[in-house]
Design a protein around this ligand. Structure first.
Ligand SMILES: [Zn+2]
Length: 416
């Protein structure tokens, strides 16, 4: 470790010389400010910069644009260090750990693994700033896709089956983010906000027993705490980027949540819609419990019989059996009606025998696992409370990392 520190110091003084060998990015007495004016040279200014080899001082030519009332430092733009004291290499490391673990753990890992010494707050600020930059790129990608300007690259072979799986999950937030919102627990005060997650993946084959097999490493993620409308164009953009226009078959997977099917209708008309089989089964088990009691013999007969009908895609039979339930309790009667409506409304999306014969996935396990990974393992750890802005930045960061687009993000920054 001591030798590593020493070699970082040597490397640091070397890189400091290199960074200062250009005359500070001096471009003459005047230069274009970028907004149509001429900015004048004022002086060379020094700035401390933390690099992966330790702290260095960088001298940069400082220009001032009078109409804009702003300083312009061309060298900061060239080095991608505008308004930051951390080099892109250090920011990449901070984002790497900040996306994966609590900021305080990230700080410790950076020191141990890379000999990079920063504060916990700095890991937080930089991780969120990187997440915001990723989201800005997402937004410009979205605008290009929605305006039809960008035709995504499609491989020579058409994608046989492209899945869009959507789910939501509560992320714990600070109190002011839930003002005026109703909660589900006995206090009636909301403590979480719903984060929406969408996965896009492809499927080419089925296994020996005819079950669908997901193409390896084909899953990408998008997510945010936002309205269904905003999320609709987000997931649509991702589907286009992944080649939906060249897919032979498109499948939308979700639970019974109405907003999911609203998005399906608006952005993916003509797609095969499938309600997660396991959610549908849960509805059956819950209802039986409510009507017959938790461990009653009747419930133990009723539920498997309905499950078999459901597996056969015979939703009519399920509904008929439900209609025969006559609980005394009024709340239970209402619940029976609600469930009948749920199955009636989703009947087409429950043609499980038909879906299976086509070798399709009938469960939304991929997106549920995605919720656990993207939200659960980073944003829902004990004691965490997020602002919506902070949560969305880290969600953007994690989606980027888990969609294997992290390297791509830093490459685009290097070119810009
Ligand atoms: Zn200007």
């Amino acid at each position: 470790m001591a030798i590593r520190s020493a070699s970082h110091r040597i490397g640091g003084s070397l890189i400091e010389k290199l960074l200062n060998a250009d005359g500070g990015g001096y471009q003459g007495a005047c230069m274009a400010c970028g907004k149509g004016h001429s900015a004048r040279f004022v002086e060379h200014r020094k700035k401390g910069l933390l690099t992966v080899l330790g702290p260095v001082n960088v001298s940069r030519a400082y220009y001032h644009c009078d109409p804009c009332r702003e300083g312009v430092i061309p060298k900061d733009q060239a080095l991608d260090i505008v308004d930051t004291g951390f080099s892109p290499g250090v920011r990449r490391m901070m984002g790497q750990v900040g996306g994966k673990e609590a900021f305080v753990e990230g700080r410790k890992d950076l020191q141990l693994l890379a000999d990079v010494r920063v504060t916990t707050k700095a890991v937080e600020r930089v991780s969120e700033a990187v997440g915001v930059q990723i989201e800005q790129q997402n937004q410009s990608e979205r605008q290009q896709v929605l305006s039809g300007k960008v035709v995504p690259f499609l491989g020579k072979v058409a994608i046989p089956k492209l899945y869009v799986a959507i789910d939501g999950s509560g992320v714990p937030v600070v109190r002011r983010e839930t003002e005026g919102r109703k909660g589900k627990d006995e206090t009636g005060i909301a403590k979480t906000r719903e984060a929406k997650l969408g996965c896009v993946f492809t499927q080419t084959r089925v296994d020996e027993e005819g079950y669908a097999v997901r193409d390896e490493e084909s899953t990408t993620y998008v997510g945010a705490i936002e309205t269904a409308e905003c999320f609709g164009s987000r997931i649509y953009t991702e589907a286009v980027r992944r080649g939906i226009t060249g897919a032979k078959k498109v499948i939308i997977l979700g639970d019974g949540a109405k907003w999911i099917w609203g998005i399906a209708q608006e952005h993916f008309p003509g797609a095969t819609e499938i309600v997660d089989l396991y959610h549908a089964r849960e509805h059956l088990a819950k209802l039986a419990k409510l009507v017959y009691g938790a461990k009653s013999k009747k419930a133990q007969e009723w539920t498997p019989a309905r499950r078999d009908e459901l597996d056969e895609g015979d939703v009519e039979a399920v509904i008929a059996a439900m209609s025969k339930l006559r609980p005394r309790d009024i709340a239970a009667q209402e619940e029976v009606q609600t469930e009948i409506e749920y199955f009636r409304g989703n009947a087409k999306r429950m043609s499980y025998a038909e879906f299976r014969s086509q070798g399709l996935f009938v469960g939304s396990g991929v997106v549920e696992a995605g919720c656990k990974t993207i939200f659960g393992q980073r944003l829902k750890l004990s004691g965490m409370h997020w602002t919506v802005r902070g949560a969305n930045a880290i969600i953007a960061l994690r989606c980027c990392q888990l969609s294997a687009r992290w390297e791509e993000f830093w490459e685009t920054r290097a070119i810009g």
